[in-house]
Design a protein around this ligand. Structure first.
Ligand SMILES: Nc1ncnc2c1ncn2[C@@H]1O[C@H](COP(=O)(O)OP(=O)(O)OP(=O)(O)O)[C@@H](O)[C@H]1O
Ligand SMILES: [Mg+2]
Length: 374
């Protein structure tokens, strides 16, 4: 666990980090993102004491690091800087084994770990162990940098734009590998990037920074759905809903308060209610608003007007929960060839109705926002 408490950083009189407090839970991958110069690297380097705060405290696993020996602290915190920081005169094997050896770990175990780590980042140990960094491509060096950060067996890994120099394909595969490794090895990772797509892809939580202030610290999903202010909104860009349709939920695309009727009413009353509301179907609910069925104009218009709805309503109506996403909503509608889908809450109470036109209007409002944003 890492905690920043009232951290301030000034260079001469210029304030770089304003009073900054943040808690990063163990086992989480937290991404710091923000414009150039906002203080991301400064914050990262404070965690391993490469930079001292002007005031405030940082706790690592509950211990105030100001009293800790910096060398000792750094041996227990993996650190990946841009351009990897591999030692050029050491082979890949030596680079990876340096800190474990300094820590006096068992040589046989070190060897096995080195092999495992290289395999984890997609490099064949037989081929790469004895090469020197300059004999590797930039992307391969970056992979070794990531492996080295994991080699320290530390719970905490700091990564400062580790993938920024890579082509999109390599970058994407390293993001996947990092995500997997983090989940398997349960590390706490603080990751700095400029790239919102990267942040969304790997983060448990994203911390959006500007001029040394936290604008928002939340899960990617919450930030995308509820940006804290215009700056965050501009930073993430509206188009993201298009790229992440799983973030659009039934409750975002439904018509709230659909027209409904109780089962005790008659066909005549149902037809009247439909006419009044200019709809051709009604949800049937009980007194507690629990969804019981559905009637359509087509199915009732030729029936005896006094027939109770209870006797002729369609029962076992398909519904979706409010938090079903757009993809599963569309899949359900396609699979069952239906043009409408009632939405219910956890108590099966009717909260809305999705129709083809409600989907279209939700999507087109995104499109219109998109055009304004550009
Ligand atoms: N030694 C220093 N003396 C004075 N100002 C400094 C020093 N180091 C950093 N700064 C300033 O502190 C601010 C934050 O720098 P920092 O490196 O943390 O930014 P960053 O968010 O990592 O930016 P980037 O995305 O460009 O890497 C910048 O305005 C920078 O100019
Ligand atoms: Mg930086």
């Amino acid at each position: 666990m890492i905690e920043f408490k009232d951290i301030v950083k000034k260079y001469r009189t210029k304030s770089i980090i304003n009073p900054f407090s943040l808690k990063i839970d163990a086992g989480q991958l937290v991404v710091f993102i923000g414009p150039s110069g906002c203080g991301k690297t400064t914050l990262l380097k404070m965690i391993n004491k490469l930079i001292q705060p002007t005031s405030g405290k940082i706790f690592v696993n509950g211990t105030d690091i100001s009293a800790m020996n910096p060398i000792e602290l750094r041996r227990n915190i993996g650190y990946v800087i841009q351009n990897t920081g591999l030692f050029p005169h050491m082979s890949i094997k030596e680079n990876l084994e340096l800190i474990p050896k300094l820590k006096g770990e068992d040589p046989a175990q070190i060897e096995k770990k080195t092999n495992d780590l290289l395999e984890m980042v997609g490099l064949d140990p037989k081929e790469y162990l004895n090469r020197f960094p300059k004999e590797l491509s930039g992307g391969q060096q970056q992979r070794v940098g990531v492996a080295r950060a994991f080699s320290t067996d530390s719970d905490i890994i700091l990564m400062d734009e580790p993938f920024s120099a890579l082509d999109p394909v390599t970058r994407s595969s390293l993001q996947d590998e990092l995500f997997q490794m983090q989940k398997e090895l349960n590390k706490t990772i603080v990751f700095v990037t400029h790239d919102m797509d990267e942040a969304i892809k790997i983060a448990d939580k994203i911390c959006i920074l500007k001029d040394g202030d936290i604008l928002q610290f939340d899960t990617p999903e919450n930030i995308l759905k509820n940006p804290a202010n215009d700056f965050v909104e501009g930073f993430i860009g509206k188009r993201r809903v298009w790229n992440n349709p799983e973030l659009m939920l039934a409750e975002d695309i439904m018509i709230p308060q659909p027209v409904k009727i109780t089962a005790m009413r008659t066909v005549l009353q149902a037809i009247e209610i439909m006419k009044d509301n200019k709809v051709d179907s009604l949800m049937v609910t009980d007194k507690q608003n629990v969804l019981k069925g559905l009637v359509t104009l087509k199915s009732i218009q030729l029936l005896n007007r006094n027939t109770p709805i209870e006797m002729i309503m369609e029962q076992n109506v398909l519904s979706v929960s409010q938090d079903a996403n757009l993809i599963s909503v569309l899949a359900t509608m396609n699979e069952h060839k239906i043009g409408y889908l009632p939405v219910v809450n956890s108590a099966k109470q009717l909260t809305g109705l999705i129709t083809r036109s409600s989907i279209l209007s939700a999507l087109s409002s995104q499109l219109i926002d998109l055009e304004v944003a550009f």
